[in-house]
Design a protein around this ligand. Structure first.
Ligand SMILES: [Fe+2]
Ligand SMILES: [Fe+2]
Length: 257
């Protein structure tokens, strides 16, 4: 029998740890138990003007579409994830995405939207819906690399960038909700980065495949940003920052175009 490589064992033990519900529970315990629906209960509902409120509702509706994509994608990917550890991590992600959707729906109700489902159907971002169709095709084809890349790199980088940027200008209550979501999205990005990073190291041809997926999905991401920022009333001159931040985040994870 070949001797055990302690380095391999360390990295195995590390991977086992970061993909576990134990790790997940320690990560979320603090901010989940003290923030029902994603914010401290004593934070007052902000006074918003009509235009600001309308813009926020449209934006939150798009966020709900994004979270639903991740919820449906991650839950379906459990079925064809290559190993048990990945299935367990995806199960933690399913819980996170369902919680994100729940807190955003709750936020819509608090803003006076009586039927959030109908509002999401009416206002949901069309580019994001096109993104959803494509991701679910990868999922239906059990195409692990494309589905994981579309979901845990592209979609997560998109959400991470938008939520982080929106949190800077949002009212205090919405900011707290978004900041709680961003922490989870960072964990989800880490999963995609780690799994696909190892594949790129051992099978360099995967890079060409991922670049193809990016070429197809990046335009939908950038168009989604444009639509979201127009709803938020961001001046046209300032809109390119979000796209640049998104592209930089994807590159930083090690996936060049
Ligand atoms: Fe999410
Ligand atoms: Fe996520």
């Amino acid at each position: 029998m070949a001797p055990l490589d302690p380095h391999a064992l360390d990295s195995e033990a590390f991977l086992e740890e970061v993909h576990s519900f134990e790790f997940w529970f320690q990560a979320v315990e603090g901010y989940l138990s003290e923030r029902p629906y994603g914010h401290r209960p004593d934070l007052p509902e902000p006074e918003l003007g009509d235009t600001e409120r309308e813009g926020l509702i449209t934006t939150l509706c798009s966020y709900c579409v994004g979270e639903t994509i991740a919820l449906e994608g991650a839950s379906s990917m459990v079925g064809f994830a290559p190993n048990r550890r990945q299935k367990i991590f995806l199960a933690t992600q399913v819980v996170d995405e369902a919680r994100h959707l729940e807190v955003l729906l709750h936020r819509l109700l608090a803003l006076g939207v009586t039927d959030p489902e109908a509002e999401i159907a009416r206002r949901g971002n069309r580019n994001l819906l096109a993104f959803k169709r494509r991701l679910l095709e990868f999922v239906a084809g059990k195409d692990w690399e494309a589905a994981l890349f579309a979901q845990n790199v592209i979609l997560e980088c998109m959400e991470f960038t938008v939520f982080q940027s929106h949190a800077r200008t949002a009212d205090p209550l919405t900011r707290e909700v978004l900041e709680g979501i961003v922490v989870d999205e960072r964990r989800h990005m880490g999963f995609g980065e780690n799994d696909l990073g190892r594949r790129l190291a051992t099978a360099p041809h995967v890079r060409a495949r991922l670049a193809e997926v990016r070429k197809e999905l990046d335009p939908l991401v950038l168009a989604t940003f444009e639509e979201t920022q127009s709803a938020l009333g961001t001046p046209r001159a300032n809109r390119s920052t979000l796209g640049r931040d998104y592209l930089a985040t994807v590159e930083r994870l090690g996936f060049d175009a």
